[in-house]
Each structure stands twice: as structure tokens, then as C-alpha cells.
Design a protein around this ligand. Structure first.
Ligand SMILES: [Zn+2]
Length: 293
């Protein structure tokens, strides 16, 4: 699932694109999976409401991408498990959407699961490729959409999110540290990949009960989080599975992964074989020697 670095990469890519996407307007939309659109209730209504709206601002909150539009509307896209946004040009050839220009959009199979396409007034299309079709799309008045985000915890990379605040928030929690870090109501943006990486760096076992974490260890977790997430953004996120950038290209955090999906390989710190264990239906990857329970 795209986590904070991948979602932030998508937002930055969108804002950086030439010609600028800010100011572009929606002229049409297509989907073959209406269930993806949660708001408004019908696709006909969605189509009617988005047509003619211009993109005024793009930002991220947790794993959500928000497009603020003219007419006080906001479009929210949560890429969920396997979704990623792409910007390009496609044509329907023999019933299949085909990228019009050679390159990663045409060549990488992960960019071929198009289930939602917006036509922009500058001739480009904004598309959502989503292998497993779990993505969530909502369009509504700004206030209505922002309400959806009320339950989210703080942003881990915000300047004023100092260690003291991190400590306060975590001290009120119960359970295993990995699960707490992944709880979007506690802190946003961290999922399976980056919780594994943060805990390996901090040398804490993913199953450690939060009540048994010392202040020094908590500080190590905080510091790892503030180092790994920006580094992953710098590298354009990870593309070990399905995530791709707006251009269809890959992110390069994969090469810096220490434990995530490295079970059976040697820990780069101590040489012990990295293990994978199940935690509430998800996997945790860790070094049994340098991460203490
Ligand atoms: Zn180790």
C-alpha cells in the first residue's frame, strides 16, 4: 500500500508537472468500476459535478490526496492497497486503454490497470491504475470532505511534531509497537513497509508492547521515523510491488530497504537471517538478533 512517502511523491510529482496541473480543468471522466466512487452516490452525479471544475490546490493528508477545486469542491483520492495516479495520454484500442507515448506508462504492466480516467482541458488525462480496485474516491463540498479527515492523527514530518508530542501521543496507546505506529488515528502515513524499516533502525522488535518501551528507545523510533520517511520521499517511494510515480516510473527506496520483504536474507547490521512473522493478518519483517522484544 502506498504510504506517506509514496503519496507525498505523487502529490509533489503532480505539482511539478509541466504544463502545471494547477489551473487545469476537468472536462470528462470514465470508470469501469463505479463502486470506487463513494461520493456523490451515483457516477452520473459525480460526472456532472466534476465537469468544468478547475484544480486550485493539491495536497496530502495522511495517505489521502486532496484536489481543491473551483466552486468550493474537493476531490479526495485514497489509493488504498494497490492504487496509483498517472498523468499522460491514453487511447482506447480494441477495447483496451493504451498509453499513446512509449515509455513506462506503456511498458510497465503495473500501469495498465486503469479503472478511472479524468480528461483535463490541457489535453492530458489523469488516471488511476489499481490492480486490486480498493481505491476510494470522493467528491463533495470542501467542508464535507475535510470532515472525513477529522479522525486522523498528526503528520509525522510536520515541523512542530517534536519528540515531546510523539511521546505524549504514544504514551496513551496500548498494544504492540508496530500496530500502534500503523494506526492512522495515532499518527498518519506509516504502514507495513515503513513501520518495519523504522523499527529495524531503532532496534526494537515489532511485537514489543508499547508499555515496555523506554524513553531512549522511543526517541530512537522517533529519530528513525524522521530520517527514513524524508529519505524515502527523496527517492520517490518504493516500487517493490505496484506503486509507480505519476510518470509511470519507479521509486528507488527499494534499494535502501533493510528488512521489508527481505526475509531469508542477512541483516545488514549483524548478519542474522531476517524473519517474517504474522501480526494481525499483516507481516512484520525484522532481525531476531538486533531487534529486542
Ligand atoms: Zn541484525
Amino acid at each position: 500500500m502506498p504510504e506517506l512517502p509514496e503519496v507525498e511523491t505523487a502529490v509533489r510529482d503532480l505539482k511539478r508537472t509541466q504544463p502545471p496541473i494547477l489551473g487545469a480543468g476537468f472536462v470528462d471522466v470514465w470508470t469501469d468500476f463505479r463502486k470506487m466512487i463513494k461520493l456523490p452516490k451515483t457516477f452520473e452525479q459525480f460526472k456532472k459535478e466534476i465537469k468544468g471544475k478547475k484544480i486550485q490546490k493539491i495536497w496530502r493528508r495522511g495517505k489521502n490526496i486532496l484536489f481543491e477545486l473551483s466552486g468550493n469542491k474537493t476531490l479526495l483520492i485514497h489509493q488504498k492497497l494497490t492504487g496509483h495516479l498517472l498523468l499522460g495520454k491514453w487511447e482506447k484500442i480494441a477495447g483496451q486503454w493504451q498509453a499513446a507515448i512509449p515509455g513506462p506508462l506503456a511498458e510497465d504492466p503495473m500501469n495498465r490497470f486503469l479503472h478511472l480516467i479524468f480528461w483535463l482541458d490541457d489535453g492530458r488525462q489523469l488516471a488511476l491504475s489499481d490492480l486490486r480496485k480498493f481505491a476510494k474516491v470522493q467528491l463533495g463540498d470542501k467542508e464535507e470532505i475535510l470532515k472525513e479527515l477529522e479522525e486522523l492523527g498528526p503528520e509525522p514530518l510536520e515541523k512542530n511534531f517534536i519528540f515531546q508530542k510523539f511521546k505524549e501521543i504514544l504514551s496513551g496507546q496500548k498494544g504492540k509497537i508496530k500496530q500502534v505506529l500503523m494506526d492512522q488515528g495515532v499518527i498518519v502515513g506509516i504502514g507495513n513497509i515503513y513501520s518495519d524499516e523504522i523499527l529495524w533502525t531503532a532496534k526494537i522488535h515489532p511485537f514489543r508492547d508499547i508499555s515496555k518501551i523506554s524513553e531512549t528507545e522511543l526517541k530512537a523510533i522517533y529519530q528513525a521515523m524522521r530520517k527514513i520517511l524524508p529519505r524515502a520521499i527523496e527517492l520517490g517511494g518504493e516500487s517493490i510491488s505496484d506503486f509507480r510515480r505519476i510518470s509511470g516510473g519507479r521509486g528507488y527506496f527499494d534499494k535502501e530497504r533493510k528488512v521489508y520483504r527481505r526475509e531469508g536474507q542477512k541483516c545488514s547490521r549483524c548478519g542474522t537471517i531476517i524473519k517474517r512473522i504474522k501480526l494481525a493478518g499483516r507481516s512484520a519483517h525484522f532481525c531476531p538478533k538486533c531487534q529486542k522484544l
